[in-house]
Design a protein around this ligand. Structure first.
Ligand code: ZN
Length: 67
């Protein structure tokens, strides 16, 4: 069965969650919504995201780490 969704009904697909704090550090910062893991590769990296658990993030990418 083909999808007949129009673009305005698919904004969730075009606006993936991004951790803005990590993005400011130059990370891709894409968040995998099901797991809460975040991509720590550089912004614009080729290939798939590499999602990392929050407690395994580099210190500079942890949103709750005061800098
Ligand atoms: Zn990524």
């Amino acid at each position: 069965m083909r999808s007949t969704l129009r673009p305005e009904q698919r904004q969730d697909l075009h606006n993936p969650a991004v951790d803005e704090d990590a993005a400011r550090h130059g990370a891709c910062a894409g968040v995998h919504l099901q797991t809460g893991r975040m991509c720590t590769l550089e912004n614009g990296h080729p290939g798939s995201c590499d999602f990392v658990a929050r407690d395994e993030l580099p210190a500079e990418l942890r949103p709750d780490d005061p800098s």
